[in-house]
Design a protein around this ligand. Sequence first.
Ligand code: AHR
Length: 644
Amino acid sequence: MRRTGFLLLAFSLLLPLQPVQAAPAHGGTPVLDIDLQAPTVPSSPILHGLMTEEINYSYDGGLYAELIRNRAFRNDDKSPVTWELVKADGVEAEIALTDRKPLTDKLPTSLEWKIRSVPAGKRSALANEGYWGIPIRPATTYHGSFYVKGGSGTNAFTGKLTVSLESTNGSAVFAHAETKAVDAHWQKMEVTLTTAAGAPPTANGRFVIAADGPGTLWVSLVSLFPPTYKSRANGNRPDIMGKLAAMKPKFLRFPGGNYVEGDRLWERFDWKATRGPLPIRAGHRSCWGYRSTDGLGLLEFMEWCEDLDMEPVLAVFAGYSLAQQPVEPGPLLEPYVREALEELEYLTGDAAKTYWGGERARDGHPKPFTVRYVEIGNEDEFDRSHSYDARYAQFHDALKARYPKLQLIATMPVQSRRPDVVDDHYYRSADAFFKDLGHYDQADRKGPKIFVGEWATREGSPTPNFNAALGDAAWMTSMERNSDLIIMHAYAPLFVNVNPGGMQWKTDLIGYNAMTSYGSPAYYAQVMFSGHRGDRIVKAGYVDGPAEAPPYSVTRDSRTGRLYIKLVNRLATAQEVRFFIRGARRIAPEGDAVTLSAAAPTDTNSIEEPEKIVPVASRIGYLTPGFTYKMAAYSIAVLEFDVK
Ligand code: AHR
């Protein structure tokens, strides 16, 4: 966050200390009546969180730090897409996919590399440019690995291989290493590749495996990891994790979204297939049109939660896939209910006393996780057989019988059981959000709690523009005002790889390429809202405010007394708001403001201009029970100050 120096706002922006009478509209200035004497209600402690799924190359080619694309040769049945046999004068070689030399039954395809001749001083080389380039950074250590097996007899290959990081045309080599000698058995080769301090940062890198003699080789599961967040093996990109950490998210809803459902039943998120060593993770086709490695599997989702101190909101497959494939409730659904129970035991069961808890320990995480929230399915209103009520009931009964304290989330209202929480989704224009800010104001407080599990203002691509951030911020004021009822919310989708072909869904919170990432204006609105709020919702309302009076929310920290006021001005002109703060014994004369603003609603951030629109921190002064704050045109503001 950018911080201006200490800024006492100009006199024109503030009224001097003065006694405050009633709260009439003041010369056209809307008056926000904040009643500190009225009873407050708690604001959900886990209101702001994240929603994630494999979409827009969110994990492969995104958060998951693996740099090799098509690492297990499963992306295409016919050809080794993304792999290139580098041409060199006099070298005779060919590559093809084969299932005659499987590494495992889960990774049955390997790359057959037949090298007939290599003139002295030349090499036969396989190259992979990763997800739109392998990022090369100076003084950086990469961990490379692959499985290789040599031929025998006349096809024998028993030499060493050279592994390198190069420019995409091979003219520059940034790091290289040698493997052990190859033999006729599958061996895992591991190399460390360290770039020089002077290596030029570039996304135009490639990973190369080279041989200097003839023979046949089979290659499988090729992997390259740069340094990861918290140095986790098989871990995540530090830059993106850093951006998420700045959002201070309280929970992670995973693994979808549509990704949990799959297009077809056999393409659902099958948690068991996403665990264990990488050679036994087959990966699967995701509903967003590409194959997932499942390298970021169930345990990695949980480690992601651990790393950012988020609680998991686990979505379980509930017997409905997107191509209108519902499983009939009753005995046919039972295996999927069992799958969910086993998943919970895997995550929460004692390592010594439960089978699945033991499996988790064997996978490297002896300590049980805590899971409080489980969502049954995703957007089941799209199931045209209308089977959700019965499917929900079957899951509900089984999960509650075994885990009575679990909070169950239904994806739509159901009649046969009372869910603890219902998940509402909203994808809208900014206008639509501004028109519906009272949506939850009068909602039934005796019914299930609400999880706004997916929502976004869909303006701007690949990431939202400033108008979208205004719509988002306005909607967040309404959710925060109702955060006694709305216990959680999460923007979606979270990520997009901005390279051509990377995006399946427009308007995503955080964009990146191989080298770098940036937050959209909507991202910064999230950072501002989650980082500045109290634990109690304070009663507030406009006194005869004009229709376009800035949407607001007011919360207070019950321990410190600090007051947080959020305002959104979508107008092209500056707008004043006068406050009428009732019931304060003392208001600190100074406080803090954070603002986000743009010159035009279509302005945005991008890879080229990642920080065009970022929050600006300043100090505000001359605070009184009746001070006036002037909002810039097109702006979002959070004001905070101490009140006794
Ligand atoms: O966020 C993109 C998609 O929108 C989600 O996968 C789905 O739940 C919703 O329809």
